[in-house]
Design a binder for this molecule. Structure first.
Ligand SMILES: Cc1ncc(COP(=O)(O)O)c(C=O)c1O
Length: 365
């Protein structure tokens, strides 16, 4: 187990089968303190900041407890988590099989940087598990996907994809940013490594950047800590503090993100200026049936298409409450257009549902 230093020891023991929302508030807490202090120091009790710090350790303990992992490695951002994991697991001559739709900067890491060191990157449609089975017939080191893909919200059958990966001897890595451990816990389903952009729902308030790698085994966790030390991509103590605070309300925020998103998806699906809506909570969406058996809620992300380009442009200009910004998982509702299509990705926020729908309706009018 990763040790917390003597002065900051927690007396909270999550082994007493506490519920998720209790762990979200207490896991990693310090004795006799209502908040985790920010250790703004390059060295604490002999530990150098690039390898950890009591504030960062508390964040790692909290997320690893929620995700049911044995080790947490906090990183400067989600992309730094992704690049550190992939660089650690892959080498010249390695092969990685990914779902064809993943976060665009993950593709950039793979296609531009890892490919130049001779890593073979293969993209398949993992919503069709036969394609994955076929792809892993050739020796494959890593399988990588997002359960609800960014930005299309393709739904991957997580348990089956993990089983196929494990049967072929691959390491399975899941980017669980969209769902968070509140809605899905891939380590419980057999994944080896789960990572997050903590910038999104874990933070929840759009005020920091961060990432985390959660390893199923301590051995893998040590490797992840080691590469973080080598690359220097650690989370800052200030950001760890904000993330710890954000996570305390993760369960109630996710409940509201899910119910607001369901209402927005249903509203958009019946709107005359909308051609198509993808939200895994809609019976009409691909993967709805699998998602129903897999997640504790369908999340806050929606992808929809307007009837034409003019309406698409007008919508993005006319929204006022919903902001045309790139991030996701914040309290505010956020919308971004996707180049070349009339599609829009929406991160449904926590505002009153009547106000969100009013804004969308006036922007489409
Ligand atoms: C699914 C997913 N993974 C990773 C990232 C990268 O996270 P960060 O911006 O914290 O580097 C993002 C960012 O949007 C994302 O959507």
């Amino acid at each position: 187990m990763k040790e917390q230093s003597q002065s900051t020891k927690t007396n909270y023991d999550s082994r007493f089968n506490h519920e998720f929302s209790t762990d979200a508030i207490h896991a990693g807490e310090f004795e006799n303190m209502s908040a985790i202090p920010i250790y703004q120091a390059a060295t604490v009790d002999g530990q150098y900041l690039r390898s950890g710090n009591p504030t960062i350790d508390a964040f790692e303990t909290r997320v690893k407890t929620l995700a049911q992992g044995s080790w947490g490695t906090a990183t400067a951002s989600g992309t730094s988590a992704i690049s550190q994991v992939l660089t650690n697991l892959l080498e010249s001559g390695s092969r990685i099989v990914c779902h064809h739709t993943i976060y665009m900067w993950t593709k950039e890491i793979l296609n531009t940087y890892l490919a130049k060191f001779g890593v073979e990157v293969v993209y398949v449609d993992m919503t069709d598990l036969n394609q994955l089975k076929k792809a892993v017939k050739k020796k494959t080191d890593v399988i990588y996907f997002e359960p609800f893909a960014n930005p299309t919200l393709d739904v991957i059958d997580v348990k089956s994809a993990i089983d196929i990966g494990k049967a072929s001897g691959s390491i399975v890595v899941v980017d669980n940013t969209f769902l968070t451990p509140y809605l899905l816990r891939p380590l419980d389903m057999g994944a080896d490594i789960v990572l997050h952009s903590a910038t999104k729902y874990l933070c929840g308030h759009g005020d920091t950047l961060g990432g985390i790698i959660i390893s199923k085994t301590e051995r893998t966790g040590h490797q992840m800590d080691h590469i973080r030390n080598a690359y220097g991509g650690i989370l800052s103590p200030q950001n760890a503090f904000l993330l710890l605070r954000g996570i305390e309300t993760l369960p109630i925020r996710m409940e509201l993100h899910c119910s607001n998103a369901q209402s927005v998806a249903e509203f958009l699906e019946s709107h005359s200026k909308i051609k198509q809506v993808t939200y895994p909570g809609l019976p009409s969406s691909q993967g709805h049936e699998i998602a129903k058996t897999m997640v504790n809620g369908f999340g806050g992300m929606i992808n929809f298409e307007t009837i034409d380009h003019e309406r698409h442009q007008q919508f993005l200009k006319k929204v006022t409450l919903c902001k045309p910004w790139v991030s996701l998982g914040d309290t505010q509702s956020l919308v971004i257009g996707q180049g070349g299509h009339n599609r829009i990705r929406m991160s449904v926020g926590l505002e009153a549902i009547s106000d969100i729908i009013y804004d969308l309706d006036q922007a489409l009018a």
